[in-house]
Design a protein around this ligand. Structure first.
Ligand SMILES: Nc1ncnc2c1ncn2[C@@H]1O[C@H](COP(=O)(O)OP(=O)(O)OP(=O)(O)O)[C@@H](O)[C@H]1O
Ligand SMILES: [Mg+2]
Length: 382
């Protein structure tokens, strides 16, 4: 069973939408998928037509030890897609479990009791915070997917997020790795979306999934009908994008090309014909041909790729971490630096009469960094 947490402490970026619709797409391809709603908001539960305030067992009962995890599993409208609902009581879990022994591994212990062949995938929908519940998710999985909204502030906070992933990896879960970053709510009409993705690719080379989930109103409407995008609007761009992501996830070229990307081997399948849907979707690269569904192993490049570690306060034991690889520039400056660039001091007054004011004005404007280059200050700034 492949265990994956979908996390980003930023709210509204597409975590829940991705868990529901990727889960559904994989279930439609024949996999058995369990999704866990670990957010007190209960959005995942609602999206799958459940009621987080209902009387059924929830993930809160599981964490409390009041019921074994299998007893909290519910079927959904989608065949092979199951859910463990959330409860509003989760909102108090951080405090309630704060003193519990082994509080970060409550979920892992519960999940470990699932028979390995009962599900092919376990997805955990994390809350928008880096608190105890998210730590429990990270301790219980082997992979992390980060949905990233392609907006100006999207990359802020990535340093902190990856620091937490690295910390969990060091202290709780050495098997944890970053599966990839998924661009969500992508608007191909704006330059900004493209620039944010370029920045993300520059800082996390090879970690950006090729598929982009475009902004699509049907994706926003589907939760209010308690349906996945495939049941609500099968012909929508949202359905096409999540279907394309499922194909990529199942074993197409997994990530954006990068210097670190593993070259194609002799056993690589030939390029697949472009399906009709993706021809209409200029923002999504053509997905590979769907493969027969088998329990999926980790893609090779991911097994060995270390989690991006912005700053480790203590070196990890050599036996636990893979050999360090060159670490790209880090997104931590946002934690320590103000958002706007420092004001540029006015040029010294020339002694000789200025022939033309234009060059001076030009050089001043050149020295003001673009907003994105401000985000992307190198780690020397830490
Ligand atoms: N690609 C998209 N196009 C349009 N709307 C979207 C898209 N993805 C998500 N949404 C909508 O944006 C809102 C936030 O999405 P979602 O709930 O998936 O984010 P989240 O990261 O889980 O949020 P939270 O952190 O609050 O749990 C929802 O109303 C959802 O329906
Ligand atoms: Mg959510």
């Amino acid at each position: 069973m492949r265990r994956i947490a979908f996390m980003n402490q930023k709210g509204g970026v597409g975590k829940t939408t991705t868990v529901v619709n990727l889960g559904s797409a994989l279930a439609r391809r024949g996999s058995k998928v369990l999704v866990i709603d670990l957010d007190a908001q209960g959005n995942l539960t609602l999206h799958l037509n459940g009621d987080p305030r209902g009387s059924e067992r929830t993930i809160y009962d599981v964490l409390k030890g009041a019921c074994p995890l299998p007893d909290a599993i519910r079927e959904t409208e989608e065949p092979r897609l199951s859910v463990i609902p959330s409860s509003p009581s989760l909102a108090g879990a951080e405090l309630e479990f704060a003193q519990a022994i082994g509080r970060e591994t409550l979920l892992r212990e519960a999940v470990d009791l699932l028979p390995a062949d009962r599900f092919d995938y376990l997805f955990i929908d994390c809350p928008p915070s880096l608190g105890l519940l998210t730590l429990n998710a990270l301790a219980a999985v082997r992979e992390v997917v980060i949905p990233l909204q392609t907006e100006y502030l999207a990359l802020y906070g990535m340093g902190r997020l990856l620091e937490v992933v690295a910390l969990v990896r060091r202290r709780l879960n050495p098997a944890l790795s970053l599966a990839g970053i998924l661009a969500c709510r992508y608007d191909a009409r704006t330059h900004l979306a493209g620039e944010v993705l370029e920045e993300a690719e520059r800082h996390f080379p090879g970690k950006l999934f090729r598929t982009r989930i475009r902004h699509n109103v049907k994706l926003a409407e589907a939760p209010s009908h308690g349906k996945t995008i495939f049941l609500y609007a099968a012909d929508s761009n949202g359905a096409k994008d999540y279907a394309a992501f499922a194909d990529e996830f199942l074993g197409g070229p997994p990530l954006t090309p990068s210097p670190a990307a593993v070259p194609a081997t002799a056993s690589s399948p030939p390029p697949a014909p472009v399906p009709k849907a993706s021809k209409k979707n200029p923002s999504t690269p053509p997905p590979p041909a769907p493969k027969p569904v088998v329990p999926v192993a980790l893609p090779t490049p991911l097994k060995s790729s270390p989690v991006f570690v912005p700053s480790l306060s203590r070196p990890a034991p050599a036996s636990v971490l893979p050999k360090p690889t060159p670490i790209p520039a880090v997104f931590v400056p946002s934690l320590t630096k103000p958002l706007l660039p420092k004001p540029v001091p006015p040029p010294a007054r020339p002694l000789a009469p200025v022939v033309s004011p234009i060059p001076a004005a030009k050089s001043a404007s050149q020295s003001v960094a673009s907003p994105l280059s401000t985000i992307a200050k190198p780690p020397s700034a830490i």
